[in-house]
Each structure stands twice: as C-alpha cells, then as structure tokens.
Design a protein around this ligand. Structure first.
Ligand SMILES: C[S@@+](CC[C@H](N)C(=O)[O-])C[C@H]1O[C@@H](n2cnc3c(N)ncnc32)[C@H](O)[C@@H]1O
Length: 296
C-alpha cells in the first residue's frame, strides 16, 4: 500500500477492503461515492472485472458496503453505483442498513449502443442513501436546474393567493442526463469507465459542505477527488492500479513525477496527427508551427 497525501487530499494505492479496514477511521466521512467494478468484464489495465459467480461478486461487495457504512459519520450520505443487473441485490441489502432516499437513473444518449435484438442499455442506476433520514446534508439550492414547465412558458399560478409566477428553478428529479465522457472531451482520461465531472459536481454540491471529507473507494481516474478539490472539500481516494494512481496524482496536482516518470496527460490522436487538409476540414483545425494540426 502506498499513501500520497498533500494538504487536504489523500490518494491511496491499495486494495479497498484493506485500506478501508486499516486506514480510514470509523464515523469520519461525510460523503462516500462508490463506483465499483460492475462484474461485467471491463478491462481495468489488464485486470478483468469478472468474478467466477454472481454470489462471489455480491459477497465481495457486501464486505466493502459494510465497511463504507461504518466509515460514514452519523449524518453522512452514500451514493452507490453498479450495473443494472446487480443493483436490485444492492438495494435489498442496503435498505436494511441505511435509508435509501432516491433511486437515481443516470441517463445518457449513447450512439454506441446499437442493440438489435433487445433494448440497449442507456442508463446506470445510483442509490442515494443516508444513515439518518432526520439529519443529513442536502444543499438543494446549490444544485437547482431550470424548471421547464410553467416558468418557461411564463405562466402564472392562479391557485396561489396572491397569484405567483411559476418558479424558474427546481431541484433535479431522479433521472439525470449527463453526457458520458468521450474521447474528444477535455476531461477524458485513458480509463474504460470514467465518470463525468458534472455527475460528481451535483452529488458533492448537494451532499457535502466546504471542508467536509469525501471518500471514493474505487477511484479510477479520481474524478471524485478532483471535483472535491475544486469545490473546497477534503478527499480520500483509493485505487488498486498504479496506472490510475498516476492519473489521480496529476489530476489533483499532487505530483509532477512518479518514480522518475513525468506525469503528463496522454496525447490523443487528434491532438498531434498530421491531417490531410481539404475544404471540409480546413476550417476545423489550426495549423501549428511544426506542421501539425490541432482541432479548434
Ligand atoms: C468503475 S471504475 C471507477 C471509475 C471512477 N469512478 C472514475 O470516474 O474514473 C472502478 C475502479 O476500481 C478499481 N478497483 C478494482 N478493484 C479494486 C480494489 N479491490 N481496490 C481498489 N480499487 C479497485 C479499478 O481498477 C477501477 O479503476
């Protein structure tokens, strides 16, 4: 296990069961975001996300779920993800230990999903759970979205006395639409299941305050820690793969080098390729002094 710590942020390279058991104090965390391997065969830097049986996967999950619950403060919140096929088991298990306040759907339009013999998967489920439904953080005013109904049409609600214009903002419902992280997006990192910054912004703004501690036991590209840092929260991120630890150290600006290797963002193909210029592409690229073209 390796621990990198700077100011209010900790990046821990190790197995989450071991790290949670030995390195994180009980009742010390305000918010946990958990995005574990989904047991659907994704490749995490050579490690396949697939257990021998469904029960093996679930029994492993129940261990870290229990640990996460013990690490949360009495007024803490947890957001937890997994694949659609395993979420019902999570739900049934967690509702005995916490209060599930929302069953969220993260919906995305995905042109890559082109199933022809069944309905392609266009969403991922997220449970929003709290330890104490009478005492938890929920900063509704920090996550308001446009209310598209009456307010958009500039209607007046005459049932109110005196009549009032419809509110132009509201707390988001339980279906959230955010684009998946795509190769061309600025935030893209080389990881198969990177979560969007916008998703974590909503969660961290709603369910924590400045100075609170946010924990992510399966950090991947460290989106949670990155957003926590941007929003003035403290963070603890755990990740098994060294390759992804390097991404976290760079994203949070905790180190410029790792074992003598300069930490820099991978150059994407469109950032350094020589592109044949024709009339269609001419306006889309800026020519660089070295003769390459960068997309505007
Ligand atoms: C679904 S991804 C998380 C992606 C992350 N939310 C992001 O935005 O990039 C799950 C991560 O868990 C890591 N992982 C798998 N088993 C682990 C374990 N036992 N302990 C810590 N990390 C583990 C994988 O390497 C992978 O990066």
């Amino acid at each position: 296990m390796k621990i990198f710590e700077y100011q209010n942020h900790k990046i821990i390279n190790g197995d989450s069961l071991e790290v949670l058991s030995n390195e994180v104090l009980d009742n010390s965390i305000d918010l946990i975001f958990v995005d574990p391997p989904y047991n659907i065969g994704k490749n995490f830097n050579g490690h396949k996300d697939k257990w021998a049986t469904d029960d093996d996967y679930l029994n492993w999950c129940y261990k870290w779920i229990d640990l996460c619950i013990s690490k949360l403060k009495p007024n803490g919140s947890m957001y937890i993800m997994t694949s659609t096929q395993f979420m019902p088991y999570f739900d049934i298990s967690i509702r005995k230990k916490m209060t599930i306040l929302s069953r969220l759907v993260w919906y995305y339009d995905s042109s890559g999903v082109q199933a022809k013999n069944y309905y392609g998967s266009m969403y991922e489920p997220i449970l929003f759970c709290v330890k104490n439904p009478d005492n938890y953080t929920f900063n509704a005013n920090d996550i308001l979205v446009e209310a598209k109904t009456g307010a958009k049409r500039k209607l007046i609600d005459y049932r109110k006395n005196p009549p009032q214009v419809y509110s132009s903002e509201k707390v988001p419902g339980n279906v959230w639409e955010f684009a998946r992280v795509r190769y061309r997006m600025d935030e893209y990192e080389n990881h198969p299941t990177q979560k969007p910054i916008a998703l974590l912004e909503r969660i961290i703004k709603a369910s924590s305050n400045v100075g609170d501690t946010v924990l992510d036991p399966f950090s991947g590209t460290f989106t949670t820690s990155f957003v926590a840092q941007q929003l003035g929260r403290k963070s603890i991120g755990i990740e098994l793969q060294e390759e992804y630890i390097k991404i976290g150290l760079r994203r949070l600006n905790l180190a410029e080098e790792y074992n003598g290797e300069k930490l820099q963002k991978e150059v994407r193909t469109f950032e350094n390729q020589k592109i044949p210029i024709n009339v269609q592409t001419l306006n889309l690229f800026d020519e660089q002094p070295n003769g390459t073209y960068i997309h505007k």
